[in-house]
Design a protein around this ligand. Structure first.
Ligand code: 0RA
Length: 680
């Protein structure tokens, strides 16, 4: 999670767009990459920083897809650099005919030179991947590459993308040994935060290992005090991925359903399709779709093809086997996806990406390819696994019944709202302007903090919605229960964009939705419940960067009339030190004794009349304090919630909010810091 995000911009590349004048200057010296890094890697936050690693790893994965690489190792080094090593063929080092210099230098210094070699049949024409390792080079203070080929070790070093010297041979490679090893230090003038997170990289490597079962990926943290390593290799591929995602959600099936096939598109290029799914005993739909190893958050034609084939085939099977009665309850697409966890992985030679975050596959031919591969294989599987098939249909029937009940409950609430006068809930203190871009809503734990927030806010653009106690855990509840819940309905209504399938981001009433909870155990539970609600029913709000977490201070430090706030222990101690040293200086000038102050309850008094009190809850702060410390946009800190890895976030929520205690305890122990940071 991070504080600021720069809007993701799509990447230009040579595969599908014409070069512009700017690209031509780029071809000269990667200048434009350094001038506008966000154009190439999305942003320069920690997300962009980690994309540098992914970009190099993706090149090794390409080499693996071509059939020449089996192992990829990532090292986070103690000097702040990262090394990516593979055992592929090695980047060619001979003199490149057109460029009159080593092909290695061309690959490393020319924007998207990878396209000059024909091997990149799966290169991506959008999104953040596949921009080329030269982009990583351009954004690195220093980059070193070592290539083992033809019994030699070649080496070249670069600074900010420019070669520091020519390619030279620095040694002999053992016979038959080939590969590429890249080590880079990101440029500090571009990346403010250059700390790599082991877990973030590990999650991506794990995902790649599930998607590419022939590859072994490993990561080792070589930094002092952080020694840890992990190795990922999953023979079962996406079947194992499904089990991993659902590790705390019991399956209702004996085994995971798996389908695989390939077909030619209209230009006779091969499209590969792989699908794995299972149904768990819960109610959420979790479909993760990938195109060329990239998570397509917004779905697209592969997703549509999957859903269409799933609905049609299960319906056909149910009718054919007399599992549903004519004239009985009609099964809809939604019913077939309750409790479904699926991974769809397609390889498309020339993908077109659409959508707000360029993560929606647009190629229309892929829909029918997925349908024609998945539909028949699913039908056969159902015939061959009739006990599993029966359980699936029974589950769908129960979902249909619940859906009916939910519809009735909704009708009821609509009527109730009509009686209430409809519209926004009474406890919302709305803001006076109504331009969503400039408005924010605080969702506040408790009525008393809500009261302070209402008084302390700037009512022109800040709205306050107080919540009573804990909201329903949506992880464990069916839709109609969720819609019957007053607090949750209030949240949906206030945000104004609907929920689930019918969510419409253009209707969001506030540009910033800020969760404000106490800094205690209850507060953290309520925050997690709210995050779960957003993640499950309004995920786009997170994806579009609208969701934030307020950071109230933990301590107040008082000295005479001066008041300071500290957001953690470290800051508290710094402030105390500062006051003490100021005092020393002052005491030498004027010998006036400090007047003793009334000490608040629970406060700790330190020598020299410094009072330190710990805020137990938001309710303890008066409106002015709350404004000054937590709500004033000029001085506050808010954390923006982002999803780094959708499949892992899903798994995290199911562990945190599901009903199995043991995995949750284990998870929290293993990831104590991670959970506290809410870095989903
Ligand atoms: C261009 C051509 C060939 C291999 C590669 C690039 C290559 C690039 C990377 C980047 C990281 N690891 C890599 N491994 C290979 C083909 C070379 C040949 O024909 O032998």
């Amino acid at each position: 999670m991070k504080e600021n995000k720069i809007k993701q911009v799509n990447v230009k590349n040579s595969a599908n767009s014409n070069y512009t004048a700017e690209d031509i200057t780029v071809l000269k010296g990667l200048e434009a990459v350094r001038r506008r890094p966000a154009m190439y890697i999305g942003d320069v936050s920690t997300r962009g920083l980690h994309h540098l690693v992914y970009e190099v790893v993706d090149n090794s994965i390409d080499e693996a897809l071509a059939g020449f690489c089996k192992n990829i190792h990532v090292y986070i080094n103690n000097d702040g650099s990262v090394t990516i090593e593979d055992d592929g063929r090695g980047i060619p080092t001979d003199i490149h005919a057109g460029e009159k210099r080593s092909a290695l230098e061309v690959v490393m210094t020319v924007l998207h030179a990878g396209g000059k070699f024909d091997k990149h049949s799966y290169k991506v024409s959008g999104g953040l991947h596949g921009v080329g390792v030269s982009v990583v080079n351009a954004l690195s203070e220093q980059l070193e590459v070592e290539v083992k080929r033809e019994g030699k070790v070649y080496y070249q070093k670069y600074r900010k993308g420019d070669p520091a010297a020519q390619v030279k041979v620095i040694g002999k490679a053992d016979s038959g040994k080939t590969g590429t090893k890249t080590t880079f230090i990101p440029d500090g003038s571009i990346f403010k935060n250059r700390t790599f997170k082991f877990e973030t990289i590990a999650e991506r490597l794990r995902e790649l290992a599930f998607l590419n079962p022939e590859v072994t990926l490993a990561i080792k943290d070589e930094r002092k005090n952080q020694k840890q390593e992990e190795k990922f290799h999953f023979k079962g591929g996406i079947m194992e991925f499904v089990k991993y995602i659902d590790s705390t959600r019991p399956s209702i099936m004996k085994k995971v359903m798996y389908a695989k096939g390939e077909a030619k598109d209209e230009n006779s290029r091969t499209v590969e399709v792989e699908i794995a799914f299972q149904y768990n005993d819960q109610y959420n739909e979790n479909i993760f779709s990938y195109v060329n190893n990239i998570n397509t958050h917004e779905g697209g034609t592969h997703m549509v093809g999957f859903r269409t084939a799933l609905t049609r085939t299960l319906n056909n099977y149910a009718y054919k086997n007399g599992l549903v009665k004519e004239g009985g309850v009609q099964l809809t697409g939604d019913d077939f996806r309750e409790g479904l966890t699926a991974v769809i992985s397609v390889k498309v030679p020339e993908p077109q990406f659409e959508g707000q975050t360029k993560t929606k596959l647009g190629n229309s031919e892929v829909k029918s390819i997925v349908e024609s591969i998945f539909g028949p294989q699913l039908f056969d599987w159902l015939e061959e696994n009739s006990p599993d098939a029966k359980r699936i249909i029974e589950k769908c029937l129960r979902a249909a019944e619940a859906r009916e009940a939910a519809r009735k409950a909704r009708d009821l609430t609509r009527r109730k709202n009509a009686f209430d006068g409809g519209g926004l809930p009474g406890k919302l203190a709305d803001c006076s302007i109504n331009d969503p871009e400039h408005c924010e809503v605080y969702i506040v734990e408790g009525d008393s903090a809500g009261g302070s927030a209402k008084q302390g806010r700037d009512r022109r653009f800040q709205a306050i919605l107080p919540l009573k106690g804990k909201i329903l855990n949506v992880e464990k509840a069916r839709l109609h229960k969720i819609l019957e819940n007053d607090e949750i309905r209030a949240i949906f209504t206030v945000i104004g964009a609907g929920m689930g399938e019918t969510f419409d981001a253009s209707k969001i009433r506030y540009g910033k939705i800020i969760i404000m909870c106490d800094a205690d155990v209850d507060g953290s539970h309520i925050r997690t419940l709210l995050l779960t609600l957003f993640f499950r029913y309004m995920k786009e709000i997170i994806e579009l960067g609208h969701l934030y977490i307020a950071q109230p201070p933990l301590y107040k430090i008082k000295k005479g009339k001066q008041e300071f706030y500290a957001y953690d222990e470290e800051e508290r101690d710094e402030i105390i030190k500062r006051i003490k040293s100021e005092k020393k200086g002052k005491a030498e000038k004027e010998e006036k004794p400090e007047k003793s102050e009334a000490v608040e309850e629970g406060a700790v008094v330190k020598e020299g009349g410094i009072t330190i009190s710990r805020f137990k809850g938001l309710g303890e702060m008066n409106p002015e304090q709350l404004w000054a410390t937590t709500m004033n946009p000029d001085t506050r800190t808010v954390l923006q919630v982002s999803i780094e890895n959708a499949a892992d976030a899903d798994r995290t929520f199911s562990i945190l909010m599901g009903d199995e205690v043991e995995p949750r305890r284990e998870f929290i122990e293993k990831n104590a810091k991670y959970v506290r940071n809410l870095d989903v």
